[in-house]
Design a protein around this ligand. Structure first.
Ligand SMILES: *Cc1c(COP(=O)(O)O)cnc(C)c1O
Length: 381
């Protein structure tokens, strides 16, 4: 599909060749580890299924999803490979996941119980990965509760109901190089692995590394790495380096067509609340993307956009469906392209630039691009 033919308002162009190259670059950083492509949250807003497919083509052997429904959607799309999901609540679709050959994460006794019951109902073993809370304080068993969980999991293995395929954890501060909690969390994780093995478990994969861990902590690679944001070409440690410094290229370009270009006199208010007033006679251009499309309202008066060859700044408030930029003395025509962010090598801002302008992280910029914006895929195999 070509954006120019199919999208008259706005689109997010997804460069699958860049995504494959990013997977290759990340695999080279962790050559001894299997690669789990994290595709939760609709592939960080890039489209879950096309991105998962491209990652598998580039050598990923695992797909990572947060919710079981995401994992089931990967299988429903016909994708192979191993799939792990981790964000469960009681009564979740355990049986459907067991039947769809999905590895499920267990952080406590209630979840082990539900996984084992699903295995009994399905008449096949549940593949279970045990999660330790190494210090993040979210999901995962507390170290004090871990020995009890691994013993219970071993009993369920002996009963033929589950097979423990992995032991894993998630870092809290790996994006802050040298943060003391990272070493502490690695110690907790190593101890948890040793306790699991002492209890008779034989996990295929032990894993803890997200994108920053994959790029900056070789001692954290273990058997498998789980990069998300880096696979989409966004630096997970922007204070250390941009994507190019890690051999990565941003995958998403968000662009639209100018819906209006007009001359207005000086002193003209712009958008709700008139927080911007034209300093003199000027040209205003209207971009048909707003907060309902995921353009943060916090970008009001701050977000950068490439229009008519230069960076402009959002003038006044971002509205639900649209925002305005002041072209000053420059000219443009309705239908001209406005690029909010992209790889940055055609002069456009990047998602990181938007994150800085809005006081957030680039993860949030790309994942919030809404369903009204069509994803246009380039570089599919
Ligand atoms: C989101 C997530 C990842 C990927 O994190 P990035 O920082 O995007 O690499 C890995 N593991 C878990 C458990 C996650 O929730």
């Amino acid at each position: 599909m070509d954006a120019n033919d199919t999208c008259t308002r706005a689109w997010a162009r997804i460069d699958l060749a860049a995504l494959r190259a990013n997977v290759t670059a990340l695999r080279a950083k962790a050559p001894g580890a299997a690669f789990m492509a994290v595709v939760k949250a609709d592939g960080y807003g890039h489209g879950m299924v096309p991105c998962a497919r491209a990652a598998l083509e580039a050598g990923a052997t695992w797909l990572g999803a947060a919710t079981p429904h995401e994992a089931l959607a990967l299988r429903a799309a016909g994708l192979g490979g191993r799939v792990l999901c981790w964000l469960w609540t009681p009564g979740g679709p355990w049986r459907e996941c067991v039947e769809a050959d999905i590895d499920v994460t267990v952080s406590g006794r209630w979840a082990l119980h539900e996984a084992a019951a699903a295995a009994r109902d399905a008449g096949r073993q549940a593949r279970v990965q045990l999660k330790i809370d190494a210090g993040l304080g979210r999901n995962g068993a507390q170290p004090a509760d871990w020995p009890d969980l691994v013993r219970a999991a071993r009993r369920a293995e002996r009963d033929g109901l589950v097979r423990v395929t992995g032991v894993w954890a998630h870092f809290s501060c790996a994006d802050e190089p040298g943060h003391p909690s990272t070493e502490r969390e690695l110690d907790v994780f190593r101890t948890a692995v040793a306790q699991a093995e002492d209890a008779g478990l034989t996990p295929e994969v032990r894993h803890i590394a997200n994108s920053p861990g994959t790029l900056t902590l070789p001692e954290a690679h273990f058997d498998l790495v789980r990069p998300g944001v880096a696979m989409y070409g966004i630096s997970p440690v922007p204070q250390t380096g941009g994507p190019a410094d890690f051999g990565l290229r941003p995958v998403m370009t968000l662009a639209g067509r100018l819906a209006s270009v007009k001359r207005v006199p000086g002193g003209h208010g712009v958008s709700y609340g008139h927080q911007y007033v034209t300093p003199g006679e000027t040209t205003l251009a209207l971009i048909p993307l707003g907060y309902a499309d995921g353009v943060p309202r916090h970008a009001s008066g701050a977000g950068p956009v490439l229009v008519a060859g230069k960076w402009r700044t959002v003038a006044g408030r971002v509205a639900m469906d649209q925002f305005v930029v002041d072209l000053g003395g420059d000219t443009a025509s309705p239908g001209d392209e406005a690029v909010l962010f992209g790889p940055g090598d055609r002069g456009e801002p990047t998602a990181e630039d938007w994150a800085r302008a809005c006081g957030t992280i680039a993860y949030e910029i790309v994942t919030r691009i809404g369903p009204r914006v069509p994803r246009v895929y380039a570089g599919a195999r």
